[in-house]
Write a protein that binds this ligand. Structure first.
Ligand code: HEM
Length: 145
């Protein structure tokens, strides 16, 4: 399972990069003057795919990692509680937000609304992901890659 942990750790960068690109791409276009092209659609889709892949890896890790211990005692340890509850829950909410953003953008008729949905929901998702990552400088932090 060490390979999955490395994959999950490295994939964070693709998740972050693809979300930032989709957000930057939507900035300034919510007014509706710009058409929503196939390139715009692909930009949002890439971020969605990387985030969903990360969710799948995360779910496998959740049931195999030694850092996830299903016991009430685990709730008393900062590190164990972080992976059991905080990290997983924050990331799950972030993935749901990003999925809602993509699907609302797909359903919206006007280009401005399509960009707005990506901008708002992807930005909220990105913020939750940034907060939920076990960055190396935190008590329960891991590695950069
Ligand atoms: C979608 C955004 C997510 C990002 C960016 C993310 C990122 C990370 C990172 C950077 C680590 C540290 C890996 C290391 O260096 O050891 C980690 C660990 C972990 N993540 Fe996620 N994660 C995400 C979603 C999830 C979800 C949804 C779950 C569970 C349902 C999850 C479960 C775990 C577990 C159990 C670990 C600990 C693995 C171990 O060290 O044994 N992650 N995650």
């Amino acid at each position: 399972m060490e390979i999955l942990r490395h994959a999950h750790s490295g994939l964070r960068w693709l998740v972050l990069l693809s979300l930032i690109i989709a957000i930057l791409n939507a900035i300034g276009k919510t007014g509706g003057q710009k058409a929503f092209t196939d390139k715009d659609k692909r930009t949002g889709l890439f971020a969605l795919i990387f985030t969903h892949l990360q969710l799948l890896l995360g779910l496998v890790l959740y049931f195999t990692s030694p850092k996830v211990v299903f016991s009430s005692a685990a709730m008393k340890s900062d590190v164990l509680r972080f992976f059991l509850v905080e990290h997983s829950l924050l990331m799950l909410i972030a993935v749901i937000l990003i999925t809602i953003g993509y699907s609302r953008s797909k359903k919206a008729q006007e280009p401005g609304k399509k960009f707005k949905s990506i901008l708002i929901f992807y930005l909220l998702g990105l913020l939750l992901i940034l907060v939920g990552i076990p960055w190396p400088f935190m008590d329960y932090g891991t590695s950069w890659f």
